[in-house]
Design a protein around this ligand. Sequence first.
Ligand code: SAH
Length: 340
Amino acid sequence: MKSALPEDTHPPKGAERLDHFMARAAAAYYAARDPFQDFTTSPEISQAFGECLGLWAAVTWQAMGRPNPILLVECGPGRGSLMADALRAIAEMMPDFRAALRVHLVETSPLLREAQAAKLSAAAVTWHEDVAALPEVPMILLANEFLDALPIRQFIRRGASWCERFVMHGAFIELPSDVGWNHDAPEGAVREVNEPAQHFAAWLGARLARHGGAALLIDYGPAESAFGDSLQAMRAGQPVEPLSAAGEVDITAHVDFAAFAAAARAAGAITHGPLPQGVFLQRLGFMTRAAMLARLDPARAQAQLAAAHRLTAPEAMGRLFKALALCDASLPLPAGFETS
Ligand code: SAH
C-alpha cells in the first residue's frame, strides 16, 4: 500500500501514527499485565472450545495423509488453555496424531509464556517470537483472538481525499495522506488497515502452499470489509476509551476477514469461510460435548450450559465471532465448513 505522508507534511512533535501507538501500548500491556483480568476468551469460558478445535486439527491431519512429524502451532496462546484442552482431546481420540505432532507456540509476552509453560508442563513445547522462525515442515495452525491484537492504521475521508489518524496527547489528530483509494466513501468514513495481519496472511498462504497444511483463525469482525472505527479497549471487563491509558488497557480492533482471506489466497492458499462461530462450533459437535460435560459434573451443569450458550448464541459470541480456514490446495473441505 502506498501510504506515506505527502512530502510537505510532517507530523507535529509528539504525534504517533495509530499503529505505532497501538503496537507500543500492546507490547507494554502484554509484557506487564495478566490480560485475563480485563477480558475473557472462548477457551477460558468453555473447555469444549479447545477440545473441538483439537479434534478439528485431528480430522485435518487425517485428510493431509497423516504426515509425521507435523507442527501443531498456536499463535497468541494466552494462558495455554486452548492448547491444553486440544491436546487432551487429541490424545484420547487420535493417539497417532498426538504422537506425530510437535507443539510450537508463537508468543511475545514473557508473562504469558510462563503461564503457558505451567499449563502445558506435560507436553514438549517450543516457543517463538515470530512465525518466521517455525521449522519448514507441514503444519496445522490455530489462533483465537490473535489478529484482533495486531496494530491497525486508520484513514478518514476528508473531502475528495483521505487523512491518516495519529495520536497526540491521548486524542486523535488527522494529517493528510496520499493513499490513492478512489472509494465512494462518505465524508468522515473511517477505513482500517491491519498491515501485520496482511503480512501474516501472505506468509501463511505461501507457507501452506509450500509445505502443506491448514490454519484455523477465530476472531471477531464483519464477514465483508466495511467502513467504521472499530478500535476498542477493555479494562476489568468494561469498555474504556482506547487512547487514554496506553499499556494499561487491552486495545483491539475488528478483523477484516475478507482482506485477510484475499491476501492468503493471493499467496497460494485456499480459504473457507468466514463462518459465524456459533454455526462452526455446532457443526463440530460442540453442543453435544457441552451437554456431556454438564451431565458429568451436575454441580457445574448450569455453568457449562451457560458457557456453551455464550459461545454459540447469535446475540452473544456466536455471530460477531467468525471462523476462517486456510488450506493447501490438495486438501478437501475442512470439517465444519460444509456449505449446506
Ligand atoms: N488465544 C488466547 C489469548 C488471546 S489474547 C485466548 O483465546 O485466550 C492475545 C494473545 O496474543 C496473547 O497471548 C498475547 O500475548 C499474544 N500476542 C499479541 N500480539 C502478539 C504478537 N505480535 N506476536 C505474538 N503474540 C502476540
